[in-house]
Design a protein around this ligand. Structure first.
Ligand code: PHE
Length: 353
């Protein structure tokens, strides 16, 4: 074999080894395989590889041959090392990604976290039903402040200072001239002062009286209604309230008006709804206690003195007003024996509705 071809053989062999090593690096499937490829082609400690042997033999060559074979061998070694390093990095990246994917995996088949669901307060349910009913008739919703002046809560409603009717209301007095409103009737006055007739409003809101027993709480809700127009009569009042009662308690109930007294209505009535449970036939009925009727609130034709107070002409306009307690209505409707339960905020009670 001539010298020249021996040189060529070494260079060819280096090229072969380089290609072999690179394709081995490209096809390994694990980091440990990568390590054995490295040992096979680049050697490790005492474990020699063919490429290392070729390099060792370089010192026996002539300077020109040395440059050629050495250059080829170094270049092959570098390329293999680079390929190995790249694969190693790649496999680390792959491993990292896999680790992240498995640790961050979301099991979409797990049941969701249940969120506690809110529910409407029983009083609010009744308020909504009543307000819906009146809005359906074309009434507007009006509101007023819970801290009210003595004037709106009493005087303008025909209850002058010093009048005994003031004493009946168990009022919470605040600073001079201010009270916690004892009823929603002051909203009647505020509404009439702010507009010309005709008036059709319904006014739900919180009211306050110094009272606490199974059917009274210091804070309670009222719904006021006011209609002022030409030619309104007690018949309109009764028809309107009877329809409202049927809407809230069912088609079978009827309405009864009993004579009563309020300073701001004349005539005044107390309204009762026939018992929607027994209809008056069960003397042991838990809802009406055998009475056959359930008290709902007060009502009447707006007193001319009140119309005059707000500058409406009582010769031209008449009106009716009513006020009832949605809390009491809810007690009856849902069979709750103690009104105080409504305002204690006990979820075990409230979640039942
Ligand atoms: N405001 C009265 C009360 O709280 C109820 C009522 C309202 C009566 C409107 C007549 C007209 O007792």
């Amino acid at each position: 074999m001539c010298y020249h071809s021996a040189l060529m053989m070494a260079v060819d062999r280096i090229e072969e080894l380089r290609e072999e090593a690179l394709s081995a690096v490209a096809s390994v499937g694990s980091t440990s395989d990568l390590e054995s490829v490295r040992v096979r082609y680049l050697g490790w400690n005492n474990c020699s590889a063919e490429l290392t042997e070729i390099k060792k033999g370089i010192r026996d060559l002539s300077p020109e041959e040395r440059r050629e074979v050495g250059g080829a061998a170094n270049k092959a070694t570098k390329e293999i090392e680079t390929a190995l390093a790249e694969r190693r990095e790649e496999s680390v990246a792959v491993a990292e990604r896999e680790k992240r994917l498995s640790s961050e995996a979301v099991d979409v088949t797990l049941p969701g976290v249940p969120y506690p669901k809110g529910s409407l307060h029983p009083s609010l349910r009744v308020i909504d039903e009543v307000v819906d009913f009146f809005v359906g008739l074309g009434y507007r919703v009006a509101e007023g402040p819970e801290v009210e002046t003595d004037y709106y809560n009493f005087t303008a409603l025909n209850i002058p200072p010093g009048h005994p009717a003031r004493g009946m209301q168990d009022t919470f007095f605040l600073d001079e001239g201010l009270v916690l409103r004892t009823h929603t009737s002051p909203v009647q006055i505020r509404t009439m002062l702010s507009q010309e007739p005709p008036v059709y409003v319904v006014c739900p809101g919180r009211t306050y009286r110094r009272d606490s027993d199974p059917t009274h709480t210091p804070m309670f809700n009222q719904i006021e209604g006011l209609a002022v127009d030409k030619g309104l009569t007690l018949g309109h009042l009764k028809g309107t309230l009877a329809a409202m009662a049927r809407h809230v308690f069912g088609e079978d109930v009827s309405l009864r008006l009993r004579p009563s007294y309020f300073q701001f209505t004349e005539p005044s009535v107390e309204m009762d709804v026939s018992c929607f449970v027994c209809g008056g036939s069960d003397p042991n009925c838990k809802v009406c206690r055998g009475a056959g009727w359930i008290e709902m609130g007060g009502a009447g034709m707006v007193d001319p003195a009140v119309l005059e107070e707000v500058d409406y002409d009582p010769e031209e306009y008449t009106g009716f007003a009513f006020g009832f307690g949605p809390d009491r209505m809810a007690m009856v409707k849902y069979g709750v024996p103690d009104l105080r339960l409504f305002f204690e905020g006990d979820l075990r009670f409230l979640q039942q509705f």
